[in-house]
Write a protein that binds this ligand. Sequence first.
Ligand SMILES: NC(=O)c1ccc[n+]([C@@H]2O[C@H](COP(=O)([O-])OP(=O)(O)OC[C@H]3O[C@@H](n4cnc5c(N)ncnc54)[C@H](O)[C@@H]3O)[C@@H](O)[C@H]2O)c1
Length: 380
Amino acid sequence: MRIAMNGVTGRMGYRQHLVRSLLALREQGGLDLGDGTALWPEPVLVGRREHALRDLAERHGLDASAVSTDLDAVLADDSIDIYFDAQVTSARAAALRKAISAGKHVYTEKPTDTSLAGALELASLARDAGIKHGVVQDKLFLPGLLKLKRLIDGGFFGEILSVRGEFGYWVFEGDWQEAQRPSWNYRAEDGGGIVVDMFPHWEYVLHGLFGRVTSVQALAATHIPRRHDERGQPYEATADDAAYGIFELEGGTVAQINSSWAVRVNRTELVEFQVDGTHGSAVAGLRGCRVQHRSATSKPTWNPDLPVTEDFRAQWQEVPDNGEFDNGFKAQWEQFLRHVALGEPYERDLLAGARGVQLAELGLKSSAEGRRIEVPELAL
Ligand SMILES: NC(=O)c1ccc[n+]([C@@H]2O[C@H](COP(=O)([O-])OP(=O)(O)OC[C@H]3O[C@@H](n4cnc5c(N)ncnc54)[C@H](O)[C@@H]3O)[C@@H](O)[C@H]2O)c1
């Protein structure tokens, strides 16, 4: 199966989608389709800089002909089955629209567009074209969140009351130490901003584990207003670099998630979700998940005159892996490829992607207007 991959010189496109997903599938002999055959992914690297693409192809033993700087020609090629997009966010929607109208199946990074209207249009174009489509929802495939899902499915929590999420780390300003994220992330005019980047993730994580988001109240901030770019040049950070959000969920659970690129990590992992239920609580990160059952819950009393005598963190228990976890991006690629090849059902489509864009858009609106906003259910 030939897959045009656009944006493979970027952080996500290269490491997670090319190397850790499609090339990893080739290393294991292709995707086993269960009928004695295997699907063999043939990446075609698309981008703007030919030499960079050729370098990549050479480094990974791909054919030199599997490289192109001409997206239109690639999309006109009947041998291409799937168009994949991991470009900068602002370049995505136009390329997806072209791919859909060329009749390709599409698989894409999030956010699918920077506006809900655009994201919904993509979803309806895809539906009308009858193509198969998918949007990356990698966080749901993380070992920590898979363990959390196992706890939910096993009824561990009783009634789930609340979710507290902490995401973030310090992204260097780029002057005395290089920034570890691309500078477009901090420019609103280039599709940057932590709300546009992270709220789509929070939408599918909350929806997938606890219930659809029914309202949002957010405060977005630009804590570091001036940064230095890849060439060491100063620029104004026009996008938000932190967002403090409260989300009401269908079923009554309240979620609160802080997202920040201006926070120093005092956590076990770069993202952690604490879930409190009537029968038990859990703290899940990328890989680990710790629990405390009601039967093992201590009874602290508030007395600031006395020193703390209990080691509260030590009172939690690690949830065992009980299995092996593959790379989350690869696991989702496998599901999407099975959807394309075998017609297996697939829910993480462009309409699901539009829900993420909707939450980002309403989150920014909530912040700008200083009020809580209902999140209507989307339909095409
Ligand atoms: N699923 C996740 O966890 C996750 C994490 C980070 C980023 N992302 C998403 O992946 C996408 C890419 O993010 P990234 O961090 O890999 O970015 P990046 O800047 O590292 O890579 C961007 C890619 O787009 C290409 N590109 C195309 N048009 C461009 C233009 N006009 N200007 C600059 N580059 C252009 C670049 O050459 C490069 O290959 C974004 O949409 C982002 O939201 C997803």
